[in-house]
Design a protein around this ligand. Structure first.
Ligand code: SF4
Ligand code: SF4
Length: 434
C-alpha cells in the first residue's frame, strides 16, 4: 500500500536500545498503592471505599455516573489506609485511595468484571479501560462514536515514536496474537471492515511478529517511516488511509477510530478474562542502573519502580513521566503510576538541556515552522501567549497544536515554545473557545 509522508516533524535519536531487548517482567508489589480518582480524561471518580475498609484485587474503589469517565480498581488485596489528595505525575493534587497491600498477594485472580459478556462497550466501561498510549481517553466512549458517523476503519497505533519508550514494542513482540485478537473485538464492536496496524520501520521484529500472528485475520500491518511524530493520531491516519481529519473534528468524522496496541490487549483481557485494568506495561529507561520494561501495578509509586530498575545513576538529571518529547518533568518520584503512564525516563544532566538563562529571544530562524506537523507558526503563538495576548493565540490556531514538542526540540535558542503554547491553549479553553 502507499504510505503518505506528513509535513514537518523531526528526527530525535530514538535511544530505544537500552530497553528494546528487555522482556516485560512483573513489577514489584509496593508497600502502598496510590490510586488517583482521575486517571482519565473526563469526570473524576468518587471514592467508593473509606479508610479501614478491606479491598480485594479487582474491586472497584472509585466510579462516577458520567458519560466520559472510567472506574478505578484496586490491583491488590489489602486495607485502605487513606482517602485524600495526593500529588499526581501531572504535578497536580487529586483525590486518591491509598491501600496497604496484604503481605501475600495472588496476582493470578481478581474480582471479575460485572457486565454482559456479549456487550463489548459495557465490558470495556466496567473494566475502566482508557487509551494506554498516554492520552487516557476512556475507551468505551471511543467505541460509541456519535450516531451520525459510520466507522469503517480502525487504525491501531504501534508506532511508539517517542524516544526511549519500548513498552508497546514489547507488547507487539510478546503478545502479538493478543493484539490481533483485541483489534478484532474493537473492529467488530464498531462495525469497521478495514483494520490497519501502523508500526514504525525501526521495529522490524514487531512488524514480523504481528504479520505472523494475523493468521488469516483481515488485518493489515503497515510499516511506516520512522519519523517523529508518526504516532500522532492525525499523522497516523493520514499515513495509513490518506484521509485528513478536518480542523476541530474527531477522526470519527472521517470514519476512523484509532486505538493503541496496549489498549487492544486490555480489551481482549476484559472480554475474555473479565479482568479490569489494574496493571500496564511501562518502560523505565535512561540514566538508571538496569533499564527495564515492567508489568506494573497501577498505583505503584514511581520511586519503587525506579529502584527496581537499578535506581538513578549519579549523572541523572530530570526525570520525565512519558517520553522526552511529550512527557512532563516530575517534581517528585513519590507519585504513582497511573493508567496513562507509558514510561519514566531519567535524562542525564547533559540531556536535560537546561533552559538558557536570559530572555531566550526568538531569532526568527523559522525552524519551528518547518518542524510543525500541524502547519502552525509556533513562534507566533508562543510570543502571544508569553504576553497574554489571547486573541493572537487564537488567531494563530493554537488549539490545533497537538503538543508534539517538535518546535521546542528544534529551536536553537531553546524557547520554551510548547510550554507557552500549552498556557495559551489553556487560556482559550477557559474562555470557552473551541
Ligand atoms: S506548535 Fe504544537 S503541533 Fe506544532 S510543533 Fe509545536 S508542539 Fe507540535
Ligand atoms: S525556532 Fe526558535 S528562534 Fe527559530 S523562529 Fe522558532 S522560536 Fe524563533
Amino acid at each position: 500500500m502507499r504510505i503518505r509522508p506528513f509535513a514537518g516533524g523531526t528526527h530525535p535519536p530514538d535511544r530505544k536500545e537500552g530497553t528494546a531487548g528487555r522482556a516485560v517482567r512483573p513489577g514489584p508489589v509496593p508497600d502502598r498503592i496510590v490510586l488517583p480518582m482521575s486517571q482519565h480524561l473526563g469526570a473524576p471518580c468518587t471514592p467508593l471505599v473509606a479508610k479501614g475498609d478491606r479491598v480485594a484485587r479487582g474491586q472497584v474503589v472509585g466510579d462516577v455516573e458520567a458519560l466520559i469517565s472510567a472506574p478505578v480498581h484496586s490491583p491488590v488485596s489489602g486495607e485502605v489506609t487513606d482517602v485524600g489528595p495526593v500529588l499526581t505525575p501531572g504535578g497536580v493534587r487529586a483525590m486518591a485511595v491509598t491501600i496497604a497491600p496484604d503481605a501475600e498477594q495472588d496476582l493470578t485472580t481478581w474480582v471479575p468484571i460485572q457486565a454482559p459478556r456479549d456487550d463489548v462497550r459495557a465490558t470495556v466501561r466496567a473494566a475502566g479501560i482508557v487509551g494506554l498510549g498516554g492520552a487516557a481517553f476512556p475507551t468505551a466512549v471511543k467505541l460509541s462514536p456519535p450516531k451520525q458517523f459510520t466507522i469503517d476503519t480502525v487504525v491501531i497505533n504501534g508506532c511508539e515514536c517517542e524516544p526511549y519508550l519500548t513498552c508497546d514494542h514489547r507488547v507487539m513482540l510478546e503478545r502479538a496474537a493478543d493484539v490481533i485478537a483485541g483489534v478484532g473485538l474493537i473492529a467488530a464492536a464498531v462495525g469497521a471492515k478495514a483494520v490497519f496496524i501502523g508500526v514504525e520501520d525501526n521495529k522490524p521484529d514487531a512488524i514480523a511478529a504481528l504479520r505472523a500472528a494475523t493468521n488469516g485475520a483481515e488485518v493489515e500491518v503497515v510499516a511506516l517511516k520512522t519519523h517523529y511524530p508518526q504516532g500522532a493520531e492525525k499523522q497516523l491516519i493520514w499515513a495509513v488511509t490518506g484521509r485528513a481529519v478536518p480542523r476541530g473534528q474527531l477522526p470519527a468524522a472521517i470514519g476512523v477510530l484509532v486505538h493503541n496496541v496496549g489498549t487492544a490487549v486490555a480489551v481482549l483481557e476484559a472480554v475474555e478474562l473479565r479482568k479490569p485494568l489494574m496493571e500496564r506495561v511501562m518502560t523505565i529507561a535512561g540514566a538508571v542502573g538496569d533499564p527495564s520494561n515492567f508489568l506494573a501495578l497501577i498505583g505503584t509509586p514511581i520511586e519503587t519502580l525506579v529502584e527496581a530498575a537499578g535506581g538513578l545513576l549519579p549523572d541523572a538529571g530530570r526525570v520525565i513521566a512519558g517520553g522526552p518529547m511529550t512527557g512532563a518533568a516530575l517534581a517528585s518520584l513519590d507519585v504513582p503510576v497511573v493508567k496513562g503512564t507509558s514510561g519514566v525516563v531519567a535524562l542525564t544532566e547533559n540531556e536535560s538541556a537546561p533552559v538558557v538563562d536570559g530572555d531566550q529571544a526568538c531569532i526568527r530562524c523559522g525552524r519551528c515552522v518547518e518542524a510543525c506537523p500541524m502547519n502552525l507558526h509556533p513562534f507566533a503563538i508562543a510570543s502571544h501567549a508569553d504576553r497574554r495576548m489571547w486573541n493572537g493565540v487564537e488567531r494563530f490556531n493554537a488549539l490545533d497544536c497537538i503538543e508534539c514538542g517538535c518546535c521546542s526540540y528544534v529551536c536553537p535558542t531553546r524557547r520554551p515554545l510548547v510550554q507557552l503554547i500549552k498556557v495559551g491553549k489553556a487560556a482559550l479553553m477557559a474562555k470557552g473557545v473551541k
